[in-house]
Ligand binder design. Structure first.
Ligand code: TYD
Length: 218
């Protein structure tokens, strides 16, 4: 739909433990039950090379990774994802739901690692040849709540998750700034709301986008 493709491109963003995967799955199920073709994917990852890059950048045990290298690994994974997976699916008229996209790099590497949000945005726009979501769903989570949720049941934290709460607070603020700068492209929801309430709000917004587009295929 919209400016770039016959399909519809939706990104889910938010801090760790915000419930993005749950909401991505809920929305995929709701759209599929209406007969629509949905591609569910994630970053870092989404392609064979992207999954390798994911483990390089997230797993502990690769030694020190400096911030520029980290940002470029995420951007490299995203370049493959955009050209090999997302663009072809959109060209087929599908609905693409991605768990994280460029905003994650702007927030985590640009603000969290202090590389500068503009610089990180630019390398990612270059990496994806300017492919932007039609809608970004931002699940806004308090960093302390996010940490409690993701470590429930003793789950281990990856390299980024295990950073201090202060790092996660900078990320949260950066996500909110991105949404405030282009409110028409964002749906911002408080992640602590009940799962059903969140999924209903998300579906409502996506249905209104679909009604306007008319070109997404079943
Ligand atoms: P995610 O897949 O959401 O974590 P999990 O599988 O544990 O739910 O994201 C992995 C981590 O990578 C998360 O801490 C955010 C971080 N990340 C970045 O720092 N920059 C990026 O560009 C992306 C996509 C993720």
């Amino acid at each position: 739909m919209t400016t770039q493709n016959p399909g519809l491109f939706i990104a889910f963003e938010g801090g760790d433990g915000a419930g993005k995967s749950t909401q991505t799955a809920e929305l995929a199920g709701a759209l599929e039950s209406r007969g629509l073709t949905v591609l569910r994917t994630r970053e870092p990852g989404g392609t064979p090379i992207g999954e390798k890059l994911r483990s390089l950048v997230l797993d502990h045990g690769h030694g020190h990774i400096d911030s520029h290298t980290e940002a470029l690994i995420f951007a490299a994974s995203r370049a493959a994802h955009a050209s090999q997976v997302i663009r072809p699916a959109l060209a087929r008229g599908e609905i693409v739901l991605t768990d994280r996209y460029i905003d994650s790099s702007v927030a985590y590497q640009g603000a969290g690692r202090d590389l500068g949000t503009d610089a990180v945005r630019e390398i990612n726009e270059w990496a994806t040849s300017g492919l932007q979501p039609d809608l970004t769903v931002l699940l806004d989570v308090d960093p302390e709540v996010g940490r409690r949720r993701r470590t429930a049941g003793d789950a281990a934290e990856d390299r980024l998750e295990s950073e201090a709460d202060e790092f996660h607070a900078r990320i949260r603020a950066a996500f909110l700034d991105l949404a405030a700068a282009r409110p028409e492209k964002y749906l911002v929801l408080a992640a602590h709301l009940p799962v059903d309430a969140l999924s209903a709000r998300i579906l409502e917004r996506v249905e209104s986008l679909l009604a306007r587009s008319g070109s997404v295929t079943a």
